[in-house]
Design a protein around this ligand. Structure first.
Ligand code: ATP
Ligand code: MG
Length: 460
């Protein structure tokens, strides 16, 4: 055994042949070609017919090997962007700094990029912390593999031969569920601190561990994240929160101190009474939606993350004598201002967050006439979802939350009935909002039956 190892080592030492990549056939990597986007196959086929090298790369190959459904398919090739564009009817070059080509097939876009060389600090521009500012060199496939972040992200799948080309033992790492940085981890984090977030995300998403050398520098280098432009951070943090294992990611972030430059308020939120539980509930819902293949609204997610803080300030402003609606506006403004200094939540998300929050003040003591207007607002559905989340966290009455949910789910005729019943109650009892049903809860039945039950129970 030992002599074998020594022999191998010696032969490698004296070998003049550079060690090529591993080439794995389908029975070794296990990708079922039927799970591969036919458009991505098409792009590779066309490029290969023209004599270029072309492979599916990155996240799609990784996900296919472990049996997850890839989010999207990227292609890497030795053809230049102009050469790629010329071969497809609907293709456009995007990006100034590093150009890549979007090949469009109906709804699907195949992002096709030319092999890039590993930009080392020596031949590229970096900031004073060593972060790479420009990396726009074309390179060979081998160089392209070396500039990628983790071994399991540096795999190339040829959909024609069905081979996976593996320069960095990514397939064995993937099978062992180890996230391992290519090259020297410390240097690679310095070049691009976002890789620290990516390491945690892939570990959570793949249920993998971080290789010790990949893990070790993170806590030490965490503060470098503060030099990354806010818009890029926002994108990565959103990916992290929508990877299907959000709470796990958030805990990991906190355990290595990476959250400080990202969601600085998260510490305060976790310290709030019920804060952690609220975030936990919100993220569990998000994870469930992601795993069921549903879409996630970033506004809802950030509205939920920051809610406890908004709620606390809202309450104290009300206690100070401010009318509820104005108090909520003030609370929302102050939290958003503080938070977006670092995280750059885009404006369109900010205004949706505000709408979701503001409607929370209107679910109580709603005059019947105002309900129609509320129900027509574009964020009504999200706001009702949010109310339900608050009910789950025992912040508001769950029957009341369900009444609004039924209202959101129903058609106009039933909606009219519900509002009518509620209006009557409002008149006779001077009720301050859709209140508890008197009869026992009905659990089963679809939205329709529940709607009926809710309608009936509103009758005085
Ligand atoms: P996801 O499932 O989130 O899309 P992904 O691995 O496809 O995961 P992308 O951000 O789409 O992630 O990047 C595609 C590929 O580009 C990665 O698999 C990796 O090889 C490479 N890459 C992305 N970001 C970096 C980075 N910061 N440093 C080095 N390589 C990177
Ligand atoms: Mg991707």
């Amino acid at each position: 055994m030992l002599t074998e190892t020594i022999k191998k080592f010696v032969s490698r030492l004296f070998s003049t042949q550079p060690r090529g990549p591993e080439r794995l056939s389908a029975d070794k990597h296990g990708i079922d070609r039927r799970n591969v986007s036919r458009h991505a196959i098409k792009v590779c086929e066309v490029l290969q017919q023209e004599g270029f090298a072309a492979f599916i790369v990155g996240g799609a190959v990784r996900d296919l090997i472990v049996g997850l459904e890839p989010k999207d398919f990227d292609v890497a090739t030795n053809a230049t962007p102009n050469q790629v564009r010329a071969l497809f009817r609907r293709a456009r070059i995007i990006g100034k700094r590093f150009q890549l080509v979007h090949v469009v097939f109906g709804q699907e876009i195949i992002e096709t990029s030319t092999f890039r060389a590993n930009a080392t600090a020596a031949d590229t521009q970096t900031d004073e912390h060593g972060r790479i500012l420009r990396d726009n060199l074309f390179g060979t496939q081998e160089e392209d593999a070396a500039r990628r972040d983790f071994t399991l992200n540096a795999l190339y799948y040829d959909p024609i031969t069905e081979e996976v080309i593996d320069y960095h033992q990514g397939v064995p790492d993937l099978k062992k569920r180890v996230v391992r940085m290519i090259g020297d981890p410390e240097q690679r984090y310095r070049e691009d601190p976002v890789r620290m977030l990516r390491a945690l995300r892939f570990a959570a998403k793949l249920n993998a561990t971080l290789d010790p050398a990949t893990r070790e520098p993170i806590a030490r280098m965490a503060q470098l994240i503060e030099n990354v432009p806010a818009s890029r951070l926002f994108d990565e943090i959103l990916k992290l929160l929508t990877c299907g294992h959000a709470m796990d990611c958030l805990r990991q972030l906190r355990s290595v101190g990476l959250h400080k430059g990202l969601i600085p308020l998260i510490d305060i939120i976790f310290e709030e009474k019920g804060g952690e539980q609220f975030v936990d509930l919100a993220l569990a819902r998000t994870d469930a939606r992601v795993r069921a293949g549903k879409t996630i609204s970033p506004s809802f997610l950030f509205a939920a993350l920051l809610w406890k803080l908004v709620n606390k300030r809202w309450e104290s402003l009300i206690n100070a004598g401010e009318p509820p609606v104005q108090a909520l506006v003030q609370a929302a403004d102050s939290v958003i201002d503080e938070q977006t200094e670092k995280l750059a939540i885009q404006r369109r998300f900010q205004s949706d967050m505000r709408e979701i929050w503001f409607m929370q003040a209107r679910f109580d003591r709603t005059p019947p006439k105002a309900i129609w207007r509320m129900a027509e607002q574009p964020r009504f559905r999200a706001a009702v979802d949010f109310l339900q989340l608050r009910a789950e966290a025992r912040e508001v009455d769950s029957v009341q939350a369900q009444w609004w949910m039924d209202l959101a789910n129903t058609d106009d005729a039933l909606r009219a009935e519900m509002i009518e019943a509620y209006a009557e109650q409002y008149r006779t009892r001077g009720s301050t909002g859709p209140r508890k049903r008197r009869s026992g809860r009905r659990r089963s039945g679809g939205a329709g039956t529940r709607t009926r039950a809710a309608t009936e129970s509103m009758q005085p």
